[in-house]
Every structure is written in structure tokens, then in C-alpha cells.
Design a protein around this ligand. Structure first.
Ligand code: URA
Length: 235
């Protein structure tokens, strides 16, 4: 159960004070009856809410896949910098948070959700969710470096990195699959093998893949199938 005014503002109808006004003006109905009480408790699974005669689509949980461009920071707000939230135009971002973070100069797949439980499980080191990165490096990556990255390297933390998968594509770019999400992990791993990252892009996060036709800066809601697969990743 939740309050009518909260449900409407979470659904993106307006701010809390705007929706209170709409309710008091008699623009909102619950199961066909005008309701003028913002505090009215709603069974969000079953009650039918209309605003101005139109049904309000309410989903308790929202899941968005963003192709984060370079130059934008992974934060919910910042006094100076543009954040990933600024890119979600038309979305009520009030309760959304990015799942993990990509550096300002990293592009690629970023998941944003208000489903804190799923986010927590996806980020837990115990869950071992694979993240695949495309890495361009200052110098060619040697076979020895590939082997070291796969085995685990000392990046100055208490423990070396967990075993990873590392291979080169035809263009000589590194494809690195890691299961952890330590601070600046990929950059530090390449440093540990005497190299330097000059470009970094996340291609996937668990079963979720960055769609080839989703341009940098664009986003879309996850499909039902993508959501189910993500849940499966951590079950
Ligand atoms: N590793 C990094 O070094 N940076 C990122 O943005 C993501 C992984």
C-alpha cells in the first residue's frame, strides 16, 4: 500500500505538491471514483488510478539501460558536472540510482534502477556478475600480459584481482571480462602489467548487452526479458 500522492509523483505525473493540487481539484480517480485525499492508501497492484480521465501507468520498479557517453559523471547530482541523470529526459529520476559506476572518461552500458535489492545483489562480489570491457591501450598487450590479467594481478589492494578473461580482437583491442567492480579496476589492472588505458567502453553487465543501435547519450527501458535474465544472473 502507498499514498496516492506518492504513487502519482513516482509515476512522473508531477512533483508531490503539483499532484496534491491535482487531487484536491478532483482530477484524480481511484477505481472510477474521484478521490480528493492525497493521503489515500492505494493498493498499487490492483487499484486503477486515472488522472484527467487517463489511466496512470505505475510501475513500482524502473530499470533503464543507458549508453553513457564520455564526459558525464556517474552520480545522482553534482553542482558543476553533467551527470548521467541529466541524460534521462522525461524520466522521474527521484528514486533512481546507477548500479555501480563508470569513470567520467569511460563510455558504455550503465544500468539505473530504483530496485535497491537487485542493485545490491548485482554489485555484491559474491554474485560474480561478469562485466565485459573493450580496452584500447597505449601499447600492444603482450601474451604475457594477457596471461597475467587472466590469473589476477596486484593492483595495490589487499588481495590481487580475481581471475579474469582476456583476449585481443582483430584490431588488437583488449576484451577484458572481470567479475569484481573495484575502484578504477580496469585502468589499474593495465597499469599493473606496464600498460595504460587510453579508451574504455563497457560492453556488457551480466546478461545485459549494450545494444549496437543505442547511440552514446541515449537510453531505453529494459525489456521484460532483460529484467528476468538479470534476476537470473544473481539467483
Ligand atoms: N574500470 C575502470 O578503470 N574504469 C571504469 O570506468 C570501469 C572499470
Amino acid at each position: 500500500m502507498m499514498r496516492l500522492d506518492k504513487l502519482l509523483s513516482d509515476a512522473g505525473v508531477g512533483t508531490r505538491s503539483q499532484v496534491k493540487e491535482y487531487i484536491r481539484k478532483g482530477q484524480v480517480s481511484v477505481n472510477g471514483e474521484i478521490c480528493k485525499k492525497p493521503e489515500q492508501k492505494i493498493r498499487e497492484e490492483t487499484d486503477q488510478i486515472c488522472w484527467g480521465g487517463q489511466p496512470v501507468a505505475y510501475a513500482r520498479y524502473q530499470y533503464y539501460l543507458l549508453h553513457k557517453p564520455q564526459g558525464v559523471i556517474t552520480a545522482t547530482e553534482d553542482p558543476r558536472e553533467k551527470t548521467v541523470m541529466d541524460l534521462l529526459s522525461g524520466v522521474n529520476t527521484a528514486h533512481l540510482a546507477p548500479v555501480g559506476r563508470l569513470d567520467k572518461d569511460t563510455e558504455g552500458l550503465l544500468l539505473l534502477t530504483n530496485d535497491g535489492k537487485l542493485a545490491h545483489r548485482l554489485l555484491s562480489p559474491k554474485s560474480h556478475v561478469d562485466k565485459v570491457y573493450l580496452v584500447r591501450t597505449a601499447r600492444p598487450v603482450s601474451a604475457r600480459a594477457l596471461a597475467a590479467l587472466e590469473q589476477g594481478v596486484d593492483i595495490g589492494d589487499e588481495k590481487p584481482t580475481l581471475p579474469a578473461r582476456a583476449s585481443l580482437n582483430e584490431a588488437g583491442e583488449l576484451l577484458l571480462t572481470i567479475r569484481e567492480g573495484r575502484y578504477h579496476q580496469v585502468k589499474r589492472m593495465l597499469q599493473a602489467v606496464g600498460n595504460e588505458v587510453i579508451y574504455l567502453k563497457r560492453l556488457s553487465f551480466g546478461s545485459l548487452k549494450l545494444p549496437e543501435d543505442l547511440e552514446a547519450g541515449k537510453f531505453r527501458a529494459l525489456t521484460d526479458e532483460e529484467r528476468e535474465k538479470l534476476r537470473h544472473d544473481v539467483s
